[in-house]
Write a protein of this length. Structure first.
Length: 387
């Protein structure tokens, strides 16, 4: 009765079972996996956010496969912060970056075609690809005093069925930005091999080093789909609005645009109130960004302070995003260690292998956690892994 593509193993793993037991027992959890900004104690401009949903124009239905012009103009204004001038006709609004991925996958890939994704990276890609009958092929990120793309490994991963390369900028969970030289090399490689470039920039606003990063949205060398949305930029995942910026050589862009328009017109999934509210919501992003960056820098400084008291554990370099990767001594797998931390001290972390890191010695922690929770959890974590 059911399709093979959804025949996933949905059995709970040891960590999820341990988490369920602890919650059922009503025991305290120090959550270092939190990624929902609305649960992190940030202060939102409630009046502006809610008032933006009360516009009379919401009572009129104006279907547009690209999205309402006023909303797309607001997206174009956002990119001016990154020195990019984006025509509004190159912007397609979606309900989420997941939907944006599905649109791109649909117009690029026949069943069984391949897309290349970085490793380590976010595990959601596997589900998105399987639902669209697309095969994912990993290309390596290498770590040497910071993360970088292994271009030799990337080129070796390309086959006759490759249709595109996904890059996450900055990557989750490694937190590295794609450097300008890497952006140029990626574009040249994709152009030479006839591949599209799909750039996920949901964390672009959250660089920890103070520099304004470049955006792939102004890349014209190869066909490029740049994805982002307000879930991270504004800290509003519940409002459900994202977008695709299409760029590249004019003929390829024209052909991709006509296909995207048909796919988007088929679903017309985005509601008018959200689109009409977008200009006001994007105006609130700077206040959220300042709070998030202050929290992240504070937690990172606290992490470094505690790590500086010992020599057994360390962290990897992080340039942006909401996570940090810990390297810890362990005679067990990262999942076994994560279960032990949860059961003995109530500390919830992500095992590194969830993201494609080695199965021993790596844990991923969120930098968004409230500072007092973060400091306590790291102190207890280090005590346990060192002893």
């Amino acid at each position: 009765m059911f399709a093979d593509r959804t025949n996933w193993n949905l059995s709970p793993n040891a960590l999820s079972e341990a988490l369920a037991r602890r919650r059922a027992a009503g025991k305290r959890i120090l959550d270092l996996t939190v990624s929902n900004p609305t649960e992190c104690g940030f202060v939102y401009d409630e009046k502006k956010i809610l008032a933006a949903l009360s516009q009379k124009a919401s009572l009129t239905y104006e279907p547009n496969p690209r999205g309402l012009p006023s909303a797309r103009r607001a997206v174009a204004d956002y990119y001016r912060d990154f020195a990019a001038e984006i025509p509004i006709d190159d912007i397609f609004l979606t309900t989420s970056t997941s939907e944006a991925y599905s649109f791109a996958f649909r117009i690029l890939c026949n069943p069984g075609d391949e897309l290349l994704i970085p490793e380590p990276s976010y595990p959601l890609f596997d589900f998105l690809a399987e639902i669209q009958d697309v095969k994912l092929v990993r290309y390596p990120l290498i770590y040497d005093h910071g993360w970088q793309i292994d271009f030799h490994g990337l080129e070796r991963a390309i086959t006759s069925r490759s249709r595109g390369v996904i890059v996450v900028h900055p990557n989750n969970p490694t937190g590295q930005f794609c450097k300008r030289a890497e952006m140029v090399k990626l574009s040249e490689l994709c152009g030479l091999r006839g591949l599209a470039l799909i750039a996920d920039e949901v964390f672009l606003d959250f660089g920890l080093q103070g520099e304004t990063p470049a955006t792939f949205a102004s890349n014209f060398q190869t066909l490029t789909f740049t994805l982002s949305g307000i879930s991270k930029i504004c800290g509003l995942p519940q409002m459900k609005l994202a977008w695709i910026v299409l760029s590249g050589p004019q003929e390829l862009k024209r052909r991709a645009s006509s296909r995207l328009e048909v796919v988007s017109d088929t679903y017309l999934s985005l509601g008018a109130p959200t689109q009409l509210a977008l200009p006001d919501w994007l105006e609130t992003r700077r206040g959220f960004r300042e709070q998030a960056l202050e929290r992240m820098r504070s937690n990172l400084a606290e992490l470094d302070r505690q790590l500086g008291r010992q020599h057994a554990a360390s962290r990897l370099v992080v340039e942006g995003g909401w996570c940090a990767i810990l390297r810890v001594p362990s005679g067990s797998t990262d999942e076994e260690l994560s279960v032990q931390l949860l059961e003995s001290a109530g500390i919830q972390v992500h095992p590194g292998h969830f993201y494609g890191l080695p199965q021993r010695g790596f844990l991923v922690v969120s930098l968004l956690a409230p500072s007092e929770v973060f400091a306590e959890a790291i102190r207890k974590l280090l005590t346990l892994v060192i002893n």
